[in-house]
Ligand binder design. Structure first.
Ligand code: ZN
Length: 414
């Protein structure tokens, strides 16, 4: 234990306590508004639906509290508790080349962490989501998803990890710059690669076959000069009744994906409005801005990693005896959220501003009233709370709270 250990421990406790208070506040705020539907939703949502959203939010909050403490304890066991150090010594005793020791070590950390997450994931899917009627995942889908993810990690993760560790050892003083460039290239590549080649491994995509709706959408896209590779309907209903729509891909591989659950639920006008919102994110350059911000954040991150990598206090402060490139990378990825956690409200705020801009775009391209109807249906079908705690929401929510978002759109209807 050194000064850095105490700093890490204090920040971890601080972030856990703060998150605990926020979740508790949120839960309390939602339950105390359980009996009263907010004025603007009175004629749109029944009291039963409002109750369900409150109960669902409280149930999710309970699980979030458990996961919060579980993750914190696990992080302490890995670091100050000597878990990583023990695993490192095991792999070192195998006397492999350093890169393969590193790959093996990091893979086993990822594998052990994933296995420890399984019970909570089973509970979420087969108890929590099931109780509120959202779950459609079968045990078979759950297991095959897990196996597919594992194989993908081996096929894509291992070569990537080996390359990064090789660069860290062999690329000289500015290795962190090369690692950053590799990470950026890989992320951009995956944005292009994922929708066309990986997503279909998990879900079925079919071209939208409703011609009337299709014409509407193509019209919207054309008047905005947007070229896409197609409009797809995804069988989201094979896992959950939660509905969504999204734009994905980049370059010549852009596509629009609707969950089948959404197509069934919304009218054509509403679908157009939702799509106009998503298009707004593209038109206002939100995707590019987000990539730029993430790039800057990661560049700073890799620079810091380059700075701590040869500092003994970094390793011994986090419960590790032997410094190595792979250990630096592992420790860094594990503890960095503790140090950046307090930036979360800034990122959330930034994201909510983008949502308002996309809503403004949608209001100009389609009808704001249609988007309002669509959102209300989505809040209702997904049992999203209409009464989040303001502080919790400011900290965590990437989208504006329902009443504020609807009020903002309602201003555009006149
Ligand atoms: Zn959005």
């Amino acid at each position: 234990m050194n000064l850095f250990s105490y700093l890490f421990f204090a920040l971890l406790c601080g972030s856990v306590i703060l998150q605990y208070i926020l979740i508790k506040r949120h839960k309390h705020h939602v339950s105390s508004h359980r009996e009263k539907i907010p004025e603007q939703f009175k004629d749109k949502i029944s009291i039963e639906e409002h109750h369900k959203a409150a109960d669902y939010t409280c149930a999710k909050s309970k699980l979030a509290i458990f996961e919060l403490f579980f993750a914190a304890v696990l992080l302490l066991i890995w670091t100050l508790g000597g878990g990583l150090d023990y695993l490192d010594k095991l792999w070192r005793s195998a006397s492999l080349e350093e890169i393969w020791t590193g790959v093996g070590f990091m893979l086993s950390v990822i594998l052990i962490s994933s296995i420890l997450d399984i019970p909570s994931s089973i509970y979420r899917t087969f108890n929590l989501e099931e109780r509120f009627g959202f779950n459609k995942t079968t045990a078979k889908t759950f297991i095959t998803d897990m196996i597919k993810n594992f194989i993908l990690m081996l096929l894509i993760g291992v070569p990537m990890l080996a390359l990064v560790l090789w660069l860290m050892t062999n690329a000289g003083e500015f290795w962190w710059l090369y690692v950053w460039a590799t990470w950026l290239t890989f992320s951009l590549f995956m944005m292009w690669f994922y929708p066309a080649f990986i997503a279909p491994l998990f879900n079925k995509f079919r071209a939208l076959d409703d011609d009337v709706l299709k014409e509407r959408i193509v019209n919207l896209l054309e008047r905005n000069g947007f070229a896409s590779q197609g409009i797809f309907v995804m069988d989201g209903s094979s896992r959950s009744t939660h509905g969504n729509a999204y734009f994905t891909g980049m370059g010549g591989n852009k596509r629009i994906v609707f969950f089948d659950t959404l197509i069934d639920e919304l009218s054509h006008e509403e679908i157009e409005a939702v799509l106009a919102h998503e298009l707004g994110h593209f038109k206002c350059n939100h995707i590019k801005k987000r990539i730029a911000v993430m790039s800057a954040v990661f560049l700073a991150g890799f620079w810091v990693l380059g700075w701590v990598i040869d500092k003994q206090w970094f390793y011994s402060g986090l419960g590790v005896d032997n410094p190595s490139t792979y250990m630096a990378l592992t420790l860094f990825m594990m503890v960095i959220p503790v140090f950046t956690f307090f930036l979360q409200p800034v990122f959330s705020y930034y994201s909510r501003q983008h949502e308002f801009e996309a809503d403004d775009f949608a209001a100009a391209q389609a009808k704001a009233s249609d988007l309002i109807h669509a959102l209300v249906k989505l809040y209702r079908e997904n049992a999203n709370t209409l009464t989040p705690d303001p502080l919790y929401s400011a900290f965590h929510d990437s989208h504006p709270p329902a009443p504020i978002r609807i009020a903002h759109l309602a201003d555009k209807t006149v």
